[in-house]
Design a binder for this molecule. Structure first.
Ligand SMILES: C[S@@+](CC[C@H](N)C(=O)[O-])C[C@H]1O[C@@H](n2cnc3c(N)ncnc32)[C@H](O)[C@@H]1O
Length: 212
């Protein structure tokens, strides 16, 4: 992929998600669908006081709030998103909460320190990444030894999701690709992460779990 194409891809994504930032916390089936999926991922996490957790493609920070509420805010909660408007909205949502940190960055290059996080989550965002392996390598770099990554994404194991993937690609130029479980497994291995298991959460979405 040429630099010009990469820049175009980023620009298209920023424009799209900046518009979504106004409505992501609102009502409507799309947003409720996303929140149920986030709830599903958070329900799988081994949360305890003092935990350090990062949400990549965090949107307005809803999943982090859910996790924080379960442990009385006792931890460090970080969110990264490509869209500046999403980050501004997240900062507004968590104003005055010193243990929440939001950063506008590409998932493929995150300005945070190595071996820091206990848990990384990524919900309904991974299929937008132009270089998904780079994003997984970032997850590996950022996780401490034994830390876990949870990626929830539409998974192209069925004809239905494969068809949806093709249709969206045709309709939306900024869409990249939905991966099969096998592709996730291989990508985790290439990034140096151990694939642990797949879980299915509401609303019937697959979560791919790997460990450093
Ligand atoms: C469908 S929204 C999901 C937001 C949230 N994770 C959720 O589950 O509701 C996809 C998010 O991924 C973000 N995103 C897309 N490409 C990205 C990239 N390369 N790096 C970081 N975030 C990205 C978008 O800005 C958007 O906030």
């Amino acid at each position: 992929m040429k630099m010009k194409d990469e820049q175009k891809h980023i620009q298209l994504n920023e424009e799209k998600w900046d518009k979504w930032a106004k409505t992501l916390d609102g009502q409507g089936w799309r947003y409720e669908f996303l929140r149920r999926a986030q709830q599903g991922v958070v329900s799988l996490l081994d949360l305890r006081g003092g935990i350090k957790i990062l949400d990549i493609g965090c949107g307005t920070g809803w999943a982090l709030k859910l996790a924080a509420d379960l442990i009385n805010n006792n931890g460090s909660f970080y969110g990264v998103d490509l869209s500046l408007k999403m980050i501004e909205k997240a900062e507004e949502n968590f104003k005055g909460n010193g243990n929440f940190h939001f950063i506008s960055a590409n998932a493929e290059s995150i300005p945070l320190e190595d071996n820091f996080f206990d848990i990384i989550i990524c919900t309904n965002s991974f299929h937008h990444y132009l270089n998904p392996l780079k994003a997984m390598e970032e997850m590996k770099r950022l996780l401490r030894a034994g830390g876990k990554a949870y990626i929830l994404d539409p998974t192209a194991d069925s004809i239905f999701i494969k068809a949806i993937d093709k249709i969206i690609k045709w309709l939306e130029p900024e869409h990249v690709k939905m991966y099969s479980t096998e592709e996730f497994r291989k990508m985790f291995a290439s990034a140096g992460l151990k694939y642990k298991r797949t879980e299915i959460v509401q609303p019937k979405q697959k979560v791919h779990i790997a460990e450093k």
